[in-house]
Design a protein around this ligand. Sequence first.
Ligand code: LHQ
Length: 260
Amino acid sequence: MEHEQIVHEEDGGVAWIRLARPDRLNALTTRMSEEILDVLGSAGRDDSVRCVVVTGQGRGFCAGQDLEEFRDAGQLDVTEHLRSGYNRMIAAIVELPKPVLGAVNGVAAGAGLSLALACDLRIASDQASFLQAFIRIGLVPDSGGTWLLPRAVGLARALEMSLTGRKVGAEEALATGLVHRVVPADRFEEEARAWAADLAALPTRAVGETKRLLAAGLDGTLSDALEREAVAQAGLAASPDFAEGVAAFLDKRAPRFTGR
Ligand code: LHQ
């Protein structure tokens, strides 16, 4: 599909998705979510892609639903809009069996915060900020905001952010676990690239299984988790990357994983 609202690049095993509506702080549209889904689909199928990065052009990461599109849509069926658009996009990120890095260059608001939270890891510029903007316009957190935020920062902080809609700065985001790293704006691109390259060099199958098992573990019992781990481990123990990891350890050298 043609991409009009994102820029998609691939470089060294990393697929970059750059939201590209900078004059609107990369506010989400139906079209943009379809384009993101398109890239996630191809990244999932392409074995040479071993990491995906989601970031924004300009001074914003993503300001959530484009409120102009929403107003212009008149009698929009909101449930269907979410089901067929943003919900699929969020699920595709969470379920992608590859590492997804959210490179939060600027403000992340509403569904834009949910988009950042769906990513496995988040690096933020020190200029970034985060807000559960929904309450400001009389809505509930959507696009996974009620599920993802409490898992990142705990229920009490999630409730406070969701009920106040206040802007959380990068340092607070780091301290509360909303993001994993904060770097100065002038080094942001370079640091995001370096982390993405490290993620792309991981044993990708083990990353995918780790994502899946941790998500499943939060909702289930210990005995179910133990069983899922035992089954997944058998699959990985037969993988070329496991053989390489053990060989590298015994040879006292860095492993060269291929993602298989
Ligand atoms: C925008 C937006 C925007 C359009 C900035 N839309 N233009 C899903 C489906 C169905 C129903 C509805 O809900 C959802 C999920 C959601 O995401 S609901 C939440 C939607 N998002 C928001 O309510 C956030 C709205 N934006 C803001 O509160 C501010 O723009 C933030 C705090 C993000 C940034 O503030 P500033 O840094 O002061 O920038 P700004 O407000 O001046 O924005 C810059 C431009 O971007 C401006 O346009 P202009 O022509 O004046 O330069 C804004 O109108 C435009 N923009 N967000 N969501």
